[in-house]
Design a protein. Sequence first.
Length: 331
Amino acid sequence: MSFFAILFALLLEQVRPLTSSNPIHAGVRNWVRWVGRNFDAGRSHHGWVSWGLAVGVPSMGALVVHWLLAYLLGWPFAALWSAALLYVTLGFRQFSHHFTDIRDALDVGDETRARELLALWQHVDASELPRSELVRHVIEHSVLAAHRHVFGVLAWFSVLAAFGLGPAGAVLYRTSEFLSRYWRHKNSIEHLPSSEALQVAAASAWKVIDWLPARITSLGFAVVGSFEEAIDSWRNHAQRFPGDNDGVIVAATAGAINVRLGGEALKPLATGRASNDPLGDAPQSASGAGTGTPGREPEPAYLAQVVGLVWRSVVLWLVLLALLTLARLLG
């Protein structure tokens, strides 16, 4: 049933993408604010209690509804529930418009517009970026967004669904990712900042939760790209990036399409917008500290290769899930 839920959610998202101002994401944002306001008392255990409530309650709610639907109405209704939650948590159209607009601007030679769009997307200062660096940052942020919005969700959903836990994995993954950003950037958008303990708890939990999905995504990029170069770049250059999980993905991408990635990170703007974009993207550094991976200089033509890499990975996922579903039905 997982395969059909994922396929339906992806098709529905392509036909009718979810807007950023939808009431579900607004509800998640309000819930996280309420938890932080009422349980963040500044100590380490308070941070973990707050994180556990903020992530655990939505995840358990998704699981309980899944079990009730399966018990009372049957598995088809439980599968529809999974598809509905995947529609909210998974999808290219939640970020791909940023990538498409930047690529279109570069195709017509409007680099100034492309810089403005990158700055608007990642809330960074891109006004002085040379062309190759502009393309490099677009590639890095695009593959990380594809991982967080698509492949990471697929990984956690598929693993927990195999154990009968329905869509709980998708909710857990996306909520954890949101918390790692929201509480870190809340200081710049709220009069009552989150405590250090709360931010540390969210960041630590996210690092653990994203460890396996990041490596699954990187392996998928290697399989559908240049395998040996992707694995070599993963092994030898991932440590050049500030985030262990993000570094693995960016390094594998660089090897898979033979492009130089990594280098100086962009400076964030003075204000963040994490609270206004509840489950979307926020400032994040994908770049290494001054050094990059081997490979060719980034050019706009590589953006098409990134699209192909991501879509081939999606097809790989769907084929694997379809085979597993078929084997389960026949067995």
